[in-house]
Write a protein that binds this ligand. Structure first.
Ligand code: PHE
Ligand code: NA
Length: 433
């Protein structure tokens, strides 16, 4: 049973928005939008968010509050054997965390090097052991915050960090409006191309991104929901979290793409956009150093508050299922996540850890985004919407009940299957050719 509670509604909202807004909004959103041709992607993205993700967000928060427990015990309360599904979800979350902390470390390293001097190039950064050192630091910081508890650690951190994130983001957007590439960026982002809506790859990219970005279907919102008081309106909260998350992504796009276009850079570099493309511009622009420190600093704060939420899923499950106290469980899981992340950390280091030419970190990100997140979301949606017959949950969901019961799982299965077929198609062509 969760006995801890958020100290206020604002604390709850800051913590959940902190969980949602992260590298996904700034690094991953711009990478995915850039490689998928800009605004084309906006229509499936918004549909996925409001039709699929919001109902599931309400479901998770509500199940957490109704059962007052972690994701493993919540699954087990539906049927004992379902505890295994809960552990599967926890394993997925810890896998995400393991490479998320590597990226968090990069961002921290870039923030430090721009503060100390004129930054570092990504190639130079990854040619030494700095990525590994900053991965250790990011991991230790995340564990330290979680070990301090729900109020004293997670909520307190979010209360300090999230206002800074939003303030700096808006300040950077105001600066970006003054850049010559602003118009081009706005039309790149906001011109929807309806002709590409028949492309299943675009849909699966959009769904993957929404579930990643909103932290939904991963037991995170269920865990944070178990600390919410009875009076909080969860439908309103879910809408607010979603709007804040989308706003953060769009505003980040309005910071990143004006810079990209003003300096004649390519928007299509994907993962490397934030780490190789942008620093080129920072080095060339007026006040570039200030902009770089603000950008990487805000990215680090956003990443840290998300990393903390991922770890809390595991810590809540471990403290409820074993006799470990919070501190011991946090130390044990942090050590485990560290070991799990070592191959990802080493994939951008002098060792260049790769499988068939692809860095391990990219492989993990790709497979997590494509399979682990949707499968986990399908499990959460299916088991809790169909099996948990809790009157409180039905009341919280209201009109969203039908969506989360029928539409969300159907669309998730379709999109995941389409993606799997898309991956299988080239191999199939080879066979029949
Ligand atoms: N939602 C957070 C982000 O956008 C972190 C996260 C990623 C959470 C993946 C769950 C799964 O960065
Ligand atoms: Na996000």
């Amino acid at each position: 049973m969760a006995t801890e509670r958020w100290s206020s509604r604002l604390g709850f909202l800051l913590a959940t928005v902190g969980a949602a807004v992260g590298l996904g909004n700034i690094w991953r959103f711009s990478a995915v939008v850039g490689t998928n041709g800009g605004g084309a992607y906006l229509v499936p993205y918004l549909l996925a968010a409001f039709v699929c993700a919001v109902p599931l967000l309400v479901l998770e928060l509500s199940v957490g509050r109704a059962l007052r427990t972690d994701v493993v015990s919540a699954f087990a309360s539906v049927k004992r054997r379902y505890a295994a599904f809960g552990w599967l979800v926890v394993a997925g979350v810890l896998l995400v965390l393991s490479y998320y902390l590597v990226l968090t470390g990069w961002v921290l390293g870039f923030a430090v090097s721009w503060t100390a001097g004129s930054g570092t190039a990504f190639a130079a950064f990854t040619s030494g052991w700095q990525p590994v050192a900053y991965f250790v630091l990011a991991t230790a910081l995340t564990g330290g915050i979680v070990s301090l508890g729900v109020r004293g650690g997670i909520e307190r951190m979010a209360t300090v960090v999230m206002p800074v994130v939003f303030f700096v983001l808006v300040a950077l957007a105001v600066y970006a409006v003054t850049l010559s590439g602003w118009n081009e960026a706005a039309s790149f982002l906001f011109t929807p191309d309806l002709s590409v809506l028949g492309d299943p790859a675009l849909w699966s990219a959009a769904f993957g991104q929404v579930f990643f970005s909103l932290s939904v279907g991963q037991g995170i919102m269920l865990t944070y929901g178990s600390y919410v008081d009875e009076g909080t309106d969860l439908r309103r909260s879910a809408l607010l979290i979603t709007v804040a998350d989308i706003a953060a992504a769009v505003v980040a796009g309005l910071v990143i793409f004006p810079i990209v276009f003003s300096f004649g850079l390519q928007p299509t570099l994907g993962t490397e956009l934030a780490f190789t493309t942008l620093p080129t511009a920072f080095a060339a622009m007026p006040f570039g150093r200030v902009v770089a420190v603000a950008f990487f600093g805000l990215l680090f704060f956003a990443a840290l508050s998300s990393a903390v939420s991922l770890l809390e899923v595991g810590v809540a499950a471990a403290t409820n299922s074993t006799r470990l106290d919070r501190r011991t469980a946090t130390v044990a899981l942090t050590a485990g996540v560290f070991l799990l992340g070592v191959p990802s950390a080493l994939s951008y280091s002098p060792l260049d850890f790769a499988v068939a030419g692809t860095p391990v970190l990219d492989l993990v990100d790709e497979s997590v985004g494509t399979y682990a997140l949707p499968v986990s979301a399908i499990l959460v949606a299916a088991v809790f919407a169909w099996r948990a017959d809790l009157p409180a949950v039905r009341a919280d969901l209201g009109p969203f009940l039908a969506l989360v019961k029928y539409l969300t799982p159907t669309l998730l299965v379709l999109v995941t299957a389409a993606k799997a077929l898309g991956v299988a198609r080239p191999a199939w062509r080879l066979l029949v050719a």
